[in-house]
Design a protein around this ligand. Structure first.
Ligand code: NAG
Ligand code: NAG
Ligand code: NAG
Ligand code: NAG
Length: 877
């Protein structure tokens, strides 16, 4: 009975919820894009934008009966209406919650992959309080307005009904009179119908026709996207595109700019390379599979759709974007050190710094970020704030060799750091300035640093279903191991014999490699565990290890974020691993991903928080303050790792690579959009990149390289420093030129001048940013950035040009152009919904040359989106 008593109030409330939430969501939706919409068009097309809402509201009003439903049909329609109201309410609250936290829009079509993933659900739930707050506001508004909304729409419907009726009557009357007109002429038929309703009917017909006309003539981009209405847009969630594992590969398309590449088909003159181990690990297949074998195989992903010569695998000899710098000399001081056998690399550690920004590695004065941080303090506090900030990352100072000065111009005291650099003055290795990540989605970025591949511009880690097109680091080391296994074939014996005779080879070159992956958080988010196995990791320590009763060491502290524990829980495992490497005749490859610097930037309870941020300005600096503290926590942790290396006595034989997976944009960078999700801001892309070795001279490299350079650099270092035996060196030398990235122990080549011939440029002094853009005379290194969660927008840059294009992959997103030379913090992006509009805007504001680059960048970007799918063998089902 009580339910029935409640029902009369339920229908108007459910209806009001649907109306209020739906309209609020539409207002937000348009508000987010308002800056890039021409005002006049927006006004003209605005009626078509709310058309879906009008239809939805009308349907809902018809469904929701009041007073209480009586027949079964009425019950049913009330239920359906109620469910629609609830869905709209919930979805709208999620949109507002998400917007308040990140400034971005929810893409419902990506939500499917989130909902099926428990760790992803935790990310969503971390913002649940803002969603509830938004839901409460919408609910209260709907409750307060429910009678008015219900009655008003009722009156509106009544009016429409009357109009329709009178229109109907008019037509019928007219028809009848005309009929009589024909048979018996009479001039009075028109008096027989109500003139007022005739006018109204005519008005409605005219309005409907204009609406229909506007709907037909309005450009699909962006107005289709803008008119998306809740709850209909939720249907996108069921519209999931998925990859097919077994499909044929897209045929290659012609590169739009230069055509000088003379593509040598992969199969031409094929023979099995002599260096290839008998059963090579995954990643080596393109050398391993005989073209005939491929032709006989029933694996469709080995073929191009519609036939074709090349198998569609990545082929460096046909890659129009590849620029090699391997013919350039090694930096002099490095070359000397290598020649003197002063550098020995027995072990390699690759540390991926979660959300690691270059402008914080180390934190120093002068960057746009530093100015924003200081702006949060009143003038009189700024010196003190500066001193606190510059002391934040002492270990990063030692690792990069970028020693930082405080407010009085004095170097920061590093004595209290968690590590003391043992390297001599001006030693320490390579420090790269200007590096950008290949993706703001962590695992896609890791594919670049661990496998030297570009990731797929599609949502989430679909790569985990596909074959990685280059050997990843663990697979390279596995290939080295295989060559060392005692072999029975006579040819192999010959090699073993040769090796044992070779001079200058230390015992350690014969030890097998062991690849270990460690992170203190879960690895079951978005198929990371599957991808790690594909990359060749056989040993891992992750959150589940730290929780397992059988494990040697279990986590002692609490979980610090929705993914897991603080990195420091790994300490005993890392110490054991270093000791094993030191005493047990193994060569270690450790890949470690830090985690505390992930949203929401919580640190362990006993970690003393500093107040880095003031409270000036009208944004909440709390998140940035947490992030800065987390960055200091990780800096201490890096010091712990380096100290453990020293204690194990292997620091002198270990190369440690530090790279950010991506940056992290905050309100202090850009008020409109924060976080990495669908946020192209450059502060999500600039990352530290350091190759640390205490016996390598310190070299600062200014280059807009990406993490694609990591494998080529490691391989080149291993070869040049004589840290591989002859057989391994042969393997490494054979695969090195097959990777897309350049080796950073040689000067980076940001472009080749086609007119003067490529070889001339190699001797040119390195300028990080090239001359004025003049296509087609030079060939740039193009850097692509896949933006979290992958399939919506992409960043296109060239290493020698300070411009940047954000290219929409889906129609619901805008084009954006920035000039990083004039506007390094991207405070004034130029946006438009079509390329031609953007070109016009850029031409007017900045001139012909950036506009010319922009046109080329769009072509290259579009080509790349297709070509990546071909290389990966990815097809949408
Ligand atoms: C180093 O730590 C000691 C003890 O905590 C403290 O007294 C000293 O002021 C610190 N020095 C610097 C330079 O921070
Ligand atoms: C390119 O590198 C230079 C330094 O060499 C740097 O100033 C610039 O910011 C880099 N570009 C980007 C997009 O990071
Ligand atoms: C050293 O290697 C042996 C054999 O592979 C293994 O049993 C042992 O546990 C290893 N020792 C350490 C400290 O890892
Ligand atoms: C590491 O090399 C330095 C010289 O750079 C030397 O002083 C130190 O003793 C070496 N450490 C070990 C453990 O061999």
């Amino acid at each position: 009975m009580s339910l029935l008593a409640f029902l009369p109030a339920f229908a108007p409330f459910a209806f009001s919820t649907l109306v209020v939430s739906g309209l609020a969501s539409k207002a937000l939706h348009i508000g987010i894009h308002i800056h890039s919409l021409p005002f006049l068009y927006l006004v003209i097309y605005s009626p078509t934008l709310v058309l879906p809402e009008i239809l939805i509201i009308t349907c809902a009003r018809l469904l929701l009966q009041w007073p209480a439903p009586e027949t079964k049909l009425q019950w049913l329609s009330t239920c359906v209406g109620g469910i629609l109201g609830l869905l709209t309410w919930g979805a709208s609250a999620i949109q507002f919650g998400f917007f308040i936290q990140t400034g971005a829009e929810v893409a419902w079509n990506a939500s499917n992959s989130f909902l099926s993933d428990p760790a992803a659900m935790k990310i969503l739930l971390s913002g649940i309080s803002t969603v509830f707050a938004a839901a409460a506001v919408l609910g209260i508004a709907a409750w307060l307005l429910n009678t008015q909304v219900y009655n008003l729409t009722g009156l509106g419907l009544q009016a429409i009904q009357d109009l329709l009726l009178s229109g109907y009557n008019f037509c019928r009357g007219g028809y009848q009179t005309r009929y009589t007109l024909l048979s018996a002429p009479s001039k009075s038929w028109i008096n027989s119908v109500d003139i007022r309703s005739a006018r109204r009917a005519a008005f409605v017909v005219a309005a409907c026709f204009s609406l229909l006309f506007l709907e037909l003539v309005r450009p699909a981009i962006p107005y289709d996207h803008l008119s998306a209405a809740l709850p209909l847009s939720l249907l996108d969630a069921f519209n999931k595109k998925s990859s097919t594992l077994g499909g044929c590969r897209n045929p290659a398309t012609t590169f739009p700019l230069w055509t000088d590449v003379d593509p040598v088909p992969l199969d031409e003159g094929w023979s099995r390379p002599s260096w290839l181990p008998q059963n090579p690990p995954g990643g080596f297949r393109r050398w391993d599979v005989h073209p005939d074998q491929r032709a006989e195989s029933d694996n469709p992903s080995w073929y191009l759709c519609g036939g074709g010569d090349d198998g569609g695998f990545y082929n460096p000899k046909a890659d129009p974007l590849k620029i090699s710098n391997l013919d350039r000399g090694i930096y002099d001081p490095l070359k000397k050190a290598f020649e003197q056998h002063a550098v020995s690399i027995d072990h390699v550690i690759l540390v991926t710094l979660e959300s690691g920004r270059k402008d914080m590695f180390p934190m120093q004065q002068g960057s746009p970020l530093f100015h924003s941080l200081l702006d949060s303090h009143p003038d009189e506090d700024r010196d003190e704030a500066t001193d606190r900030l510059v002391e934040m990352t002492p270990v990063a100072q030692m690792l990069t060799g970028e020693y930082v000065k405080n407010s009085k111009g004095k170097p920061v005291d590093l004595r209290n750091a968690t590590w003391h650099d043992t390297a001599q003055k001006n030693m320490g290795g390579l420090n790269v300035r200007g590096a950008v990540t290949g993706s703001s989605l962590t695992f896609k970025s890791i594919l670049g640093s661990h496998c030297g591949v570009n990731s797929l511009p599609v949502d989430m880690l679909e790569e985990s279903l596909l074959e990685i097109y280059q050997p990843c680091l663990p697979q390279l080391f596995e290939a080295f191991n295989q060559a060392k296994k005692p072999q029975v074939e006579p040819s192999e014996e010959h090699i073993v014999e040769k090796r044992s005779l070779a001079p200058n080879q230390s015992e350690s070159l014969k030890y097998p490699w062991k690849s270990v992956f460690m992170q203190s958080i879960t690895d079951d988010y978005d198929r990371q565990d599957i991808m790690n196995e594909h990359m060749g990791f056989r040993h891992k320590v992750v959150k589940s290890t730290l929780q397992d009763h059988e494990s040697k060491y279990r986590a002692e502290g609490e979980e610090i974020n929705y993914f897991g524990y603080a990195e420091t829980e790994l300490k005993p495992y890392i110490r054991d691993l270093f000791e094993e490497a030191a005493i047990n005749k193994t060569r270690l490859f450790l890949s470690h991903v830090t985690s505390t610097t992930h949203h929401p930037w919580e640190t362990p309870e006993d970690f003393a928080m500093e107040h880095y941020m003031g409270n000036q300005g009208n944004i909440n600096h709390g998140l940035m303050n947490n992030y800065l503290n987390a960055a200091r926590f990780v800096d201490n942790w890096l010091g712990d790792i380096m100290t453990m290396l020293d204690e194990a006595g292997i620091a002198n034989n270990t190369l440690v690579v530090f790279v950010g997976d991506h940056g992290q944009a905050f309100g202090e960078d850009n008020r409109d959009l924060t976080g990495t999700y669908n946020n192209p801001h450059i502060s999500n892309f600039r990352v530290p990149l350091v190759f640390r070795h205490p016996h390598m001279p310190r070299i600062n490299i200014n280059a807009n390289a990406t993490s694609l350079s990591i494998i080529p650099t490691i391989l080149d270092m291993l070869i040049q420093s004589h840290s591989l035996d002859e057989r391994d060196s042969e393997i490494a030398s054979a695969v090195l030129p097959e990777y897309q990235g350049q080796s950073l122990i040689r000067p980076f080549l940001p472009f080749i001048n086609e007119t003067s011939g490529s070889k001339n440029t190699t001797e040119r002094d390195l300028t990080p940013l090239g001359p004025e853009y003049e296509h087609p005379h030079f060939k740039s290194v193009w850097n692509f950035g896949v933006i979290n969660s992958g399939g919506a927008i992409m960043s296109v840059m060239a290493a020698n040009i300070p411009y940047r294009l954000i290219l929409p992959i889906q129609e619901d997103f805008e084009y954006t152009f920035t000039h990083l030379g004039d506007d390094p913090a991207e405070l004034n992006p130029i946006k438009a919904w079509t390329l031609s509009d953007l070109v016009d805007l850029v031409e007017t504001k900045l001139g012909d040359e950036p506009a010319a680059w922009l046109k080329d960048a769009e072509k290259v970007g579009r080509w790349y989106v297709n070509d990546q799918r071909r290389i990966w063998g990815y097809r949408e089902a």
